[in-house]
Design a protein around this ligand. Sequence first.
Ligand SMILES: C[S@@+](CC[C@H](N)C(=O)[O-])C[C@H]1O[C@@H](n2cnc3c(N)ncnc32)[C@H](O)[C@@H]1O
Length: 306
Amino acid sequence: MPVSTVRRRADYAQALLPPVYISPPVLPVPTVPAPLPVRPTPFLKWAGGKRRLLAEIFYRFPQEYGTYWEPFAGGGAVFFGLSPARAVVSDINAELIRAYTALRDNVHGVISCLRRHVPTEAHFYRVRSQQPHGLTDTEAAARMIYLNHTCFNGLYRVNRRGEFNVSFGRYTNPTICDLPNLLAVSQALRGVDLRLQCVFTIEDDVEPGDLVYFDPPYDPVSATASFVGYTRGGFGREEQVRLAEMFARLANRGVHVVLSNADTAFVRSLYGDFRIDTVAAHRAINSRPDRRGPVAEVIISAGGAS
Ligand SMILES: C[S@@+](CC[C@H](N)C(=O)[O-])C[C@H]1O[C@@H](n2cnc3c(N)ncnc32)[C@H](O)[C@@H]1O
């Protein structure tokens, strides 16, 4: 009998034996996440997105910290740019956090739903008229991504009833399903604690040595400049004062705190005890193109043991 036949029979016999389970070696839990094949970027365009200011923001982050907190997540530009090992990412927008969660837990489901969408006006308005609560998590995430990439100006805005109401955008060839980025986004979100939560409820859970990056809706530079389309609620001056008080309490407890806001006299008056740096940001979302140029913003930083 040729040797090869004997081997094949032996393999066959081996396959019939009951499997032997060898317990895997206990490996230490890695503190540094596995390198991502593609650097993740926000899967949504979001008003006030921080992609252009990442270097300025990271420059003010400490080298070492415990858990990274981002309680005004929006498009998550800072979180995705950092891709930290341990993070709590939250926002008050339920549809947004539902999309993050679907991408973390079932990215392939979201991708297959996205592949069913086409960039035509009729399809856009049909999808826009759907109620997200009648959809599965993956369908709702795909709907949000699709509408965001095909609507006018890539804006997220809801009416008083909480319904998305931006019109069709007429792009020549919009990217609806950015496969490599969605996979990278999902990997960056693995193990991340995602919470639907108001910023004012995180304080007790933050530990000394943690890092919190706050990117609230900005104090308006003029009476007409306010953009309040993220959710139905608003974030007015009363909330800005409460946030500044919380920022000071966290800094006093040894938490690293970094915050972005518009460069207004009011904001400066709230953070007078802390380091305030002015940076020039470029506003991409404004209904008037002539108002999309550079505007002054501040980055306020404090805290940590050093
Ligand atoms: C300026 S955007 C954040 C942009 C984000 N840094 C990015 O890069 O896309 C502000 C976010 O704060 C959220 N928000 C507004 N009020 C909030 C509150 N009370 N608690 C938590 N999040 C809130 C909005 O839903 C919005 O996503």
